[in-house]
Design a protein around this ligand. Structure first.
Ligand code: 3AM
Length: 181
């Protein structure tokens, strides 16, 4: 199973992402768009995990999240990977949140045996909007499609499975691990 961990958006946050995507369609069209129902903030991409390993992975996630506080996230601004000169992924970033970074950092070593590979670049929390933009004018996006500081509570870490089907990729929640409140 192809797995990753992520935090969901609130309904209000997803609604704003939808508005931002409409604006992005006019200012900086992408070849591939993230479906609204698929939007999430990834913490760890694990890749293929054997089904037999999933129960132990779940118990690690349960153990750590039980001791980790819930936190608030807030949209920040547009961003791009690998950089804004030659963007391949267009995303919306969130304001720095130490509890999110702490959760990501705490889990990272424990998830390495399940395929998580620590990137050589720092972790940049983001919500993917679209891929392969036909242009690179991120400055125009910032100016013409302003991001509102929508704030929402991240109550849980979710283990997601990427499922490939006729309608494209779909993310199925394998389990939600509540954070402490
Ligand atoms: O949350 P986003 O959309 O940025 O790009 C993939 C997506 O990230 C990323 O994992 C998330 C869920 O699919 N992803 C896919 N393949 C990856 C890889 N080989 C990867 N991240 C790192 N390495």
């Amino acid at each position: 199973m192809r797995l990753f961990t992520a935090v969901d958006l609130s309904r209000e946050a997803a609604r704003h992402m939808e508005e931002l995507q409409k604006g992005c369609r006019t200012v900086l069209p992408c070849q591939r768009w993230q479906k609204i129902e698929n939007m999430h903030l990834t913490l760890h991409f694990l890749g293929e995990v054997e089904e037999s390993e999933i129960p132990s992975l779940q118990s690690i996630l349960r153990e750590v999240t039980r001791q980790s506080p819930a936190f608030f996230l807030e949209f920040n601004d547009w961003g791009a990977f690998p950089n804004e000169t030659r963007p391949r992924v267009i995303w919306i970033g969130v304001k720095e949140q130490p509890a999110l970074l702490e959760l990501q950092r705490t889990l990272a070593p424990a998830l390495q045996s399940y395929g998580y590979a620590e990137a050589d670049k720092p972790y940049v929390p983001h919500i993917t909007m679209g891929r392969n933009p036909k242009g690179n004018d991120i400055a125009a996006l910032r100016q013409q499609v302003p991001v509102q500081a929508v704030r929402w509570k991240a109550n849980a870490l979710v283990l997601y499975q990427s499922v490939f089907g006729a309608g494209g990729v779909r993310y199925r929640a394998v389990e939600r691990f509540p954070l402490t409140t």
